[in-house]
Design a protein around this ligand. Structure first.
Ligand code: GAR
Length: 207
């Protein structure tokens, strides 16, 4: 069983998809703690609704990364909660080597693009502005770079002629909510290996 620590900044719809799979008995995992770097983030409310331990993590003075005392505090809280796998679910900060070293090959992120295209923010707008016909979502292990670690799951989403950033992001999110539980299910099974950049999955049917 995976012992998850979820880090988010916003609505928490990805966390919700993971909660739903766990509650339905389709994902062998337990959410040990939810942390948000935004005091009134809806992800904290969602967590409370499901009786999950959740708290605000003050990451000041940094705005875009998790470093310094906040990083130490984050690691302490995750370890104390018994977390073995860290799930970045709409966490809008760069995580640094200290957190990665505390959970080697056990920090996952979801990114709303078909990486390596469009790392960074507002990726769906970047894809639309670029004129892509296909966009999508990537779940990957986190490494020292930005949105650059080994890829676990990707899902493609067709770009429609009348798409707006909002409509495209909404359809990408539908796929996110399938992709994250699927990736976690692979990790929970242990039936994979990381060979360089490649994550080789022994049996990628849902368990
Ligand atoms: C998701 O679309 C996720 O892919 C994106 O933030 C959103 C969070 O939604 N993450 C990033 O852009 C990370 N670079 P949620 O709070 O409803 O899960």
């Amino acid at each position: 069983m995976l012992h998850l620590g979820i880090l988010g900044s916003g609505s928490g719809s990805n966390m919700q998809s993971i909660v739903d799979e766990i509650e339905a008995g389709r994902l062998d995992a337990k959410i040990e703690i939810v942390l948000a770097d935004v005091r009134d983030a809806y992800i904290l409310e969602r967590a409370a609704k499901h009786g999950l331990k959740a708290q605000y993590l003050d990451c000041a003075p940094w705005k875009t990364k998790l470093e310094g005392p906040a990083e130490d505090e984050c690691i302490r809280i995750l370890k104390e909660a018994g977390v073995d796998t860290v799930v970045l679910a709409g966490f809008m900060r760069i995580v640094k080597p200290k957190l990665l070293a505390a959970f080697p090959e056990r920090v996952l992120n979801i990114h709303p693009a078909l990486l390596p295209a469009f790392p960074g923010v507002h990726s769906w707008t970047q894809a639309l502005d670029y004129g892509c016909k296909v966009a999508g979502v990537t779940v990957h292990f986190v490494d020292a770079g930005t949105d650059s670690g080994p890829i676990i799951v990707q899902k493609a989403v067709e770009v429609l002629e009348d798409d707006t950033p909002e409509s495209l992001h909404a359809r990408i999110q539908v796929q996110e909510h399938i992709a994250y539980p699927e990736a976690l299910s692979i990790i929970a099974s242990g039936k994979y290996s990381i060979e360089g950049r490649r994550v080789r999955i022994v049996d990628n049917r849902r368990r």
